[in-house]
Design a protein around this ligand. Structure first.
Ligand SMILES: C[S@@+](CC[C@H](N)C(=O)[O-])C[C@H]1O[C@@H](n2cnc3c(N)ncnc32)[C@H](O)[C@@H]1O
Length: 257
């Protein structure tokens, strides 16, 4: 929802705050079904944890585009993690995320940076258990509503690179907006804009315009069939674990093939 360029340029704090407050309103009114997403995420992680051998070590978790953790924090507080890393392009959200999470019985790390750079191993994660030449791997990778900011080539590159960052028995939960098979980006933007105009009365018309401008400028949702094929090519097994009511929001669970 936010772009670092926008958030860090001169006078951008106002811009950031306006954008972020529109996003907060979306979450509070559940307009993108964040509550169902939180439930589906908990089910996917709990099922994965239950299927692990009893002697398996506590899993590490990396959250790409963590935002302020408003909805994920309750789940994170009860997960038996070795450690949690929250990464976001907009460093200003990281203290909010840290505050929302509160005290947890495992170490937490907060990284300001680009999720593609993380996948490609370009961010220094020495504090995150990494060492030596090998890509540092994680057992649980999570990203919600962030990867659609990458263009299609970058999304394919991300899938290839992230495949090298996941443990052999790991789990990648990808929540995002997706286009219907064959739907053009412009048709998607028109459809989503009309949904906002007609179905989001909880937002002021100014907030609706912020969101629509953002969509038109920055959102590049993947075609759901094309991206599943790109994931298979990158060595992932793809499973749709949750679908929202609007042919846009969805959750895919990816595991190493
Ligand atoms: C719509 S918010 C979602 C936040 C949170 N994951 C949630 O589900 O509520 C998208 C977040 O992704 C971050 N983001 C966008 N592009 C990113 C990128 N390339 N790398 C890292 N974070 C990014 C934004 O700064 C923002 O905090």
């Amino acid at each position: 929802m936010l772009q670092q360029d926008e958030a860090t340029k001169g006078g951008a704090m106002d811009f950031f705050e306006r954008q972020w407050s529109s996003y907060r309103a979306i979450v509070e009114h559940d307009l993108m079904e964040h509550r169902a997403v939180a439930g589906a995420t908990a089910r996917a992680i709990d099922g994965w944890l239950a299927a692990r051998p009893a002697e398996a070590a506590a899993p590490r978790m990396v959250d790409l585009g963590c935002g302020d953790l408003a909805l994920l924090a309750p789940l994170l507080r009860r997960l038996p993690l070795a450690h949690y890393t929250g990464l976001d392009l907009a460093g200003v959200v990281l203290p909010l995320a840290q505050k929302a999470l509160g005290a947890v019985p495992y170490p937490t790390y907060w990284l300001e940076g680009d999720l593609l750079a993380w996948a490609q191993g370009d961010l220094d994660e020495r504090d995150d258990g990494g060492s030596g030449e090998q890509p540092r791997r994680t057992e649980i990778l999570h990203s919600a509503f962030a990867i659609h900011h990458l263009d299609d080539d970058a999304k394919a590159t991300f899938l290839q690179a992230a495949r090298q960052r996941i443990s052999p028995c790991g789990l990648f939960i990808w929540v995002d907006v997706f286009r219907e098979p064959g739907e053009s980006r412009s048709a998607y933007i028109a459809r989503y804009s009309s949904r906002i105009h007609n179905g989001w009365p909880q937002l002021s018309s100014e907030q609706q315009e912020h969101v629509i401008n953002h969509l038109g400028s920055f959102d590049i949702p993947a075609d759901r069939e094309t991206i599943a094929a790109a994931a298979a090519e990158a060595g992932w097994q793809w499973h749709w674990a949750w679908q929202g009511a609007h042919q846009a929001e969805a959750m895919a669970v990816l595991t190493p093939a």
